[in-house]
Design a protein around this ligand. Structure first.
Ligand code: NDP
Length: 502
């Protein structure tokens, strides 16, 4: 039977290429579990060819004036916006995320980042500094591109992650070989086509396909200068260890178990809205999820009542229907993992289930037959949780909220920080002084006040502790893609005479 999407293979030297491997894998539609496309895994020689293509393109691309690089990337951003709905629909098929999300966030925020970095470098954002030492001596610095860089993406925001990595990488004058997650590969060659159409020279952006083994080959490859990785902490540790072999630069965007703190004076309705965004957006498959929801003891009843009243607005169904805002989980293994956590929460942790649970959602009974095999779960809420429960300690990466109560602000800060992870955190309060005091004490790289989840191009984001190394986006985001060269000029000749006098 013909699959809905044509074979998406390798892309290098500015065009699609045939793989030398016979091994294939399928991309699956998570809403039905039906196959979407059959893709060839890249062999080692395919990966070598993509890296060679990137290496060939590097001298000329890195020497291209920044304003010219900027012009090409701005054109690519414009093409992405023109194709927003087509690309968003493919992301919806590949990831299972509702079109109401992918059409308003995934491609759009990726294009924003491309525009941001194109404008930054086009406006002189990569210029170095000078320091006058003496009248006849000074230091100048230059920021130079690194070389061939590797981007490895997770499956939750495929095209956005590909753009968050490739935009600053290419803007800074590097070339890239990109590997998407095997669960969501469809966007990668489409993005490569957009770049080529915009005028990006052959070899500057290249795509390989496959699972972890292909990623591992990329990260250990001696021809690669940097690895930018998004994924789980355990994979990140392997990637960083492998990259250390050749002392490659690394950026690590890893997992989290973030604390959302509702302070005693907070607006309950606003805090509930924030907690729902922090747990059910993208069906909970967001690295910055605020899954540990800390509520003051005295607010628990009001918070839970408001939450249960609003849960009806989490709507599953046809993913292309703009009223749908909650899709299935991305894959069968992930579906099974999330269900096992929900069961663990009920049976072993003995947390109190007040919404959802491990059963198939009821709406599926009246749904189209093909949706019945999808990886659909119920948005789930546990309360009376304790810090030592597994569902509270480990990243579930699904729509599972844990409500915990606290007595004092000092206590909640200490408990919020009591984790090896440090990706995101946030507070809900009307007291701005208190907001800043609490935020200052939270151990996380991304923090919010009275909101959750927005991550604009201007905001540098990256995890603390085991949640990562380095940042993406914002002015600091470009620094991860350049190396510094400092030059001291001395016109006085003082140093040269030190050994020529008594
Ligand atoms: P994984 O760590 O399983 O995979 C991430 C990528 O790494 C995939 O492309 C995967 O390929 C590849 N990979 C697997 N093994 C290796 C290896 N040994 N060497 C190199 N690459 C390898 O993460 P998920 O895809 O499951 O994504 C979910 C995770 O990502 C969550 O923990 C989430 O918190 C985190 N994340 C973090 C973000 C952040 O910005 N901090 C943003 C988004 C997600 P394949 O899947 O094909 O096997």
């Amino acid at each position: 039977m013909a699959l809905p999407y044509p074979l998406r293979s390798l892309y290098y030297d500015g065009k699609p290429q045939s793989s030398t491997s016979d091994h294939t894998f399928q991309s699956i539609d998570p809403s039905t579990s039906l196959p979407l496309a059959e893709i060839h895994t890249s062999s080692h020689s395919d990966v070598d060819a993509a890296i060679t293509s990137a290496a060939r393109a590097f001298p000329s691309w890195s020497a291209t004036p920044a304003i010219q690089r900027s012009r090409i990337l701005l054109k690519a951003a414009a093409i992405l916006r023109e194709r927003n709905n087509t690309l968003a629909e493919i992301e919806t098929k590949d990831t299972g995320k509702a079109f109401s999300e992918t059409s308003t966030v995934d491609v759009v925020t990726g294009a924003d980042v491309l525009e941001y970095f194109a404008n930054l470098v086009g406006g002189g954002g990569l210029n170095g500094e000078t320091a006058q030492l003496r009248p006849d001596a000074w230091v100048y610095t230059k920021k130079e591109a690194l070389g061939v860089c590797v981007g490895i993406g997770a499956w939750n925001y495929p095209i956005q992650i590909a753009l968050w990595k490739s935009a600053p990488c290419l803007a800074a004058g590097n070339t890239m070989v990109y590997k998407a997650s095997e669960f969501t590969p469809l966007h990668s060659t489409l993005l490569a086509e957009v770049y080529s159409e915009a005028g990006l020279p052959p070899g500057v952006f290249n795509v390989v396909q496959g699972e972890g083994e292909v990623g591992a080959y990329l990260t250990s490859h001696p021809g690669v200068a940097k690895v930018s990785f998004t994924g789980q902490v355990s994979t990140g540790q392997k990637v960083a260890a492998s990259a250390a072999g050749c002392m490659k630069y690394v950026t690590m965007e890893l997992g989290g178990k973030s604390a959302l703190i509702v302070l005693p004076d907070a607006d309950v309705e606003q805090a509930v809205d924030g907690a729902m965004m922090a747990n059910y957006y993208s069906s909970g498959q967001v690295c910055t999820n605020g899954t540990r929801v800390f509520v003051p003891e005295g607010m628990k009843t009001a918070f839970e009542e408001a939450l249960l009243r609003k849960m009806q607005y989490v709507r599953s169904g046809d993913l292309m229907d703009l009223r749908t805002n909650f899709g299935p989980l991305v894959s069968k293994p992930h579906y099974e993992k999330v269900l096992s956590y929900i069961k663990h929460g009920m049976e072993i942790d003995k947390a109190k289930l007040i919404y959802g649970g491990p059963e198939k959602p009821k709406w599926l009974q009246g749904a189209k037959e093909e949706l019945k095999n999808g990886f659909w779960v119920q948005p789930t809420v546990f309360t009376d949780c304790r810090d030592d429960m597994r569902i509270v300690k480990e990243e579930i990466f699904g729509p599972v909220m844990s409500i915990l109560t606290y007595k004092t602000v000092e206590e909640v800060i200490e408990r919020a920080n009591n984790t090896t992870l440090g990706l995101a955190a946030g507070v809900f309060t009307k007291d701005l002084n208190m907001a800043h005091k609490v935020i200052a004490q939270l151990q996380a790289g991304i923090t919010w006040v009275n909101t959750w989840g927005e991550s604009p191009a201007e905001m540098s984001v990256g995890g603390w502790k085991m949640s990562g190394v380095g940042v993406e986006n914002g002015r600091r985001g470009i620094e991860a893609w350049v190396r510094n060269k400092s030059t001291l000029i001395d016109m006085g000749g003082e140093v040269a005479t030190v050994f020529s006098k008594l």
